[in-house]
Design a protein around this ligand. Sequence first.
Ligand SMILES: Cc1ncc(COP(=O)(O)O)c(C=O)c1O
Length: 458
Amino acid sequence: MDKQSFRQMGYEIIDWIADYMESGYDGPVNPPVKPGAMRAQLPKSAPEQPESPAQIMADFKSMILPNTLHWNDPRFYGYFPCNHSGPAILGDLLGNGLGVNAMSWATCPSATELEIQVMQWLGKAIGLEWPGVIQDTASTGVFCALLAARESVANGNRDGFYDSAPLVAYTSDQAHSSLLKAMRMAGLGDRYMRLVPTLEDQSMDTDVLVRMIDEDIEAGHRPFFICGTIGTTSTTAVDPILEISEIADEYDIWFHVDAALAGTAALLPEMEWLMEGVEQADSFLFNPHKWMFTSFDCCAFFIKDPAALKHALSIQPEYLKTAADGAVENFRDWSIQLGRRFRALKLWFVLRLYGLEGIREKIRLHLAMTQDFARWVEDQPGLHLFGTPRIQTVCFHLGENESTKALMERINATGEAFMTHTVVQGQYLIRVSFGQAHGSWETLDRLKATIQGCLDAG
Ligand SMILES: Cc1ncc(COP(=O)(O)O)c(C=O)c1O
């Protein structure tokens, strides 16, 4: 591709993204496509000769767009948001433009230094003074925390786990599955993952936690890791972090806090309560790629004592040694993978182009929309609000599971709103998750009208 074509296609793409961000997609937010249908339209082999930018863009519009679930369209209310923004896209573009591998300080000093600093800004903004690093996802973050905890109590890196006491981890039955996956990847096994039951509000029952720990000690096991959640995936429940931190302290167990979605809300002084007790934990993470307008992927991972993490993950083959080692941070020692993207750029752009106040303003809007929508649900005959939404997700149902599921399917089939479900206490729940970068009171009105239409038709 010559420079002129690069410029021309690049400008066209930026124009397209700007329009997409402004107006969303002009077709259904969740395309009604069949598995394999799009692939069938693609050639069987890669082209031997270069193709024209115009043809590729035409195919993008005719083939890719109608087969995409539009996560950044304001009509998307599924899962948790994965919102983007102009600043993040531009920061990422520059990162791609530089094309560096930020595995060590010496391989790109600016990437390491910027990452240290923006993570410090971010930590300070949510009231946390620990050093941080950008991981790709929360799943990687919890895996890193688990490995740091494991190596703090055992020498698995050296000896493996052939004849040591089983290491046991604890989290609530509402926690994200990424911890169970981390236990598997760490070679510790499902058998030693305890899912602590939850109370009526889906927060961890700490009496049972203590009982489980005592039983494991009695059985000759080694409790080594507790994961608390601020904002569970199903209903955004909040575990009693302060209480859990005291238990972790008493039993000398690593305490990790997963605030993948909710951490962004801690930027608001009125939401400071979310962080109560976190300072007493050992590690904490949240995903700016969920709700903080920092395009996927970007997980802000903080750790009280980075030495434990480096002890677990550092490996020093000759070919990676540099003259600066010892005097600098090499983030390859804080991460699973060796090669690293220059992710700090997009976070830097977001923090500077919005400013913390700009981000807070948007989060406040999402929180207000959530409360307004929850009240609307309560006012609809036949709809039942599940719990009290404290963050940005509203769960509701029609009473009976089959009819609730049918309602969600009807709503999604309109292409005018997309939402996903969960099951809690045997109840099938429709989840409406706010946080769209381009959401507004007007898009909320459209959501209500779509649901109302489906209720009337049902
Ligand atoms: C509470 C919680 N933790 C962890 C994760 C995993 O996130 P990631 O996709 O970044 O691994 C999610 C995903 O939604 C989540 O809700």
